[in-house]
Ligand binder design. Structure first.
Ligand SMILES: Cc1cc2nc3c(=O)[nH]c(=O)nc-3n(C[C@H](O)[C@H](O)[C@H](O)COP(=O)(O)OP(=O)(O)OC[C@H]3O[C@@H](n4cnc5c(N)ncnc54)[C@H](O)[C@@H]3O)c2cc1C
Length: 321
């Protein structure tokens, strides 16, 4: 039962989520007494062999420029070819945007059971049972995968990156790459310095900021922490901020190590997208704001007073002031 791990890259760079799945897949491989192999598509500007330090022994590189941008149908076909050639029985993705686009297609193609949103290594003592989050992270389900081939999509930030020693054997895989099924007519890049889904720290703000002209204090705080920017849905709906910053049930789901929410009430639909954050800090002038119940740390105060003071203190601490 060999394990195949999908390495996700953006602009040729390996994403942090990929290091998590490499660590997870390699640990699973040793748990079930097999080897860990990986597959990466398109041009990569990093030393792939060095990814061996996350436990993977062999990496199949389909180095074809046609794969430099995600086309889920083409990616599925290529990954299926690698899976079939390596005889992979467990295939691991990150449950990020790319993983969500590819894993279900691959599941249908390979007739493989899929668990998406996994948060822990499977229990393989009697079968193959994967723990996953359900109901927007409010509960866990334990799902048994009974098919011959099994696919797991691991939630970002649910499994620690484990680094050891070693080099992976990088081999070129000559796959049949179909022409693109969709035509990309334009690409618009998110404006922030740090991509939201990859960020360790996120500074987010809501309607309490009163208007887009006040976002300077949020941007300054984010910059001082090298954080990504996010916002609540009404803020994006009102075009105060771009929709790619909207987090929550109908926006992006994130799980940073630190989530700072400024002037956000903490409605259940907002929490659904951020409650997997490791530490939540809430700044709100209303002590009864529901978000305080989900917070690890709370500051009751006016954002226009608290946030600049926080930024100044952080800059001083970092020697930036
Ligand atoms: C089907 C559905 C899906 C939804 N999906 C999402 C989603 O994905 N994401 C999302 O965010 N919402 C979503 N919503 C909307 C959600 O229910 C809330 O309406 C929304 O999250 C509220 O945004 P807010 O907290 O920015 O604004 P408000 O609820 O208006 O809260 C503003 C907060 O700012 C505080 N405040 C005001 N002034 C200050 C100040 N000077 N300093 C500090 N604090 C201050 C107030 O005390 C208040 O708590 C969805 C709703 C529905 C029905």
């Amino acid at each position: 039962m060999s394990v195949l791990i999908f390495i996700d890259v953006a602009d040729g760079h390996v994403k942090k989520a990929s290091l998590e799945v490499l660590s997870y897949g390699s640990r699973l491989a040793s748990q079930i007494g097999t080897g860990a192999e990986a597959v990466v598509l398109g041009t990569v500007s990093e030393d792939l062999a060095s990814l061996g330090k996350y436990g993977v022994q062999k990496i199949h590189h389909v180095n074809n420029e046609m794969l430099n941008h995600l086309d889920s149908q083409v990616y599925t076909s290529v990954i299926a070819q690698v899976a079939e050639s390596t005889g992979a029985k467990v295939i691991i993705f990150s449950n990020n945007v790319d993983g969500k686009a590819i894993a279900p297609r691959l599941s249908a193609r390979l007739k493989a059971g899929l668990v998406s949103g996994a948060v822990a290594l499977p229990d393989t003592s009697n079968g193959f049972i994967v723990k996953k989050t359900v109901f927007s992270g409010k509960a866990y389900a334990h799902i048994s995968i009974n098919s011959d081939i099994k696919i797991i999509a691991l939630n970002p930030n649910a499994y620690p990156v484990a680094m050891g020693e070693g080099k992976a054997d990088v081999v070129s895989f000559n796959a049949k790459v179909d022409g693109p099924k969709v035509k990309v007519t334009g690409v618009s890049k998110a404006s922030g310095e740090v991509p939201l889904t990859e960020a360790e720290i996120v500074v987010s703000a809501g309607r309490g900021l009163k208007g887009p002209e006040n976002w300077g204090i949020i941007e300054d705080l984010a910059k001082s922490l090298h954080a990504a920017l996010a916002c609540s849905r009404p803020v994006a709906d009102a075009h105060w901020r771009p929709h790619n910053e909207h987090v929550g049930q109908t926006g992006i789901a994130i799980a940073p190590n630190l989530y700072i929410a400024v002037g956000i009430s903490g409605a259940i639909q907002h929490l659904a997208g951020v409650n997997r954050s490791k530490i939540i800090v809430v700044i709100n002038k209303d002590p009864e704001a529901p978000f305080f119940k989900a917070a690890d740390y709370g500051i009751v105060g006016d954002a226009f007073d608290v946030v600049p003071k926080m930024t100044a203190a952080i800059k001083k601490l970092k020697g930036l002031a």
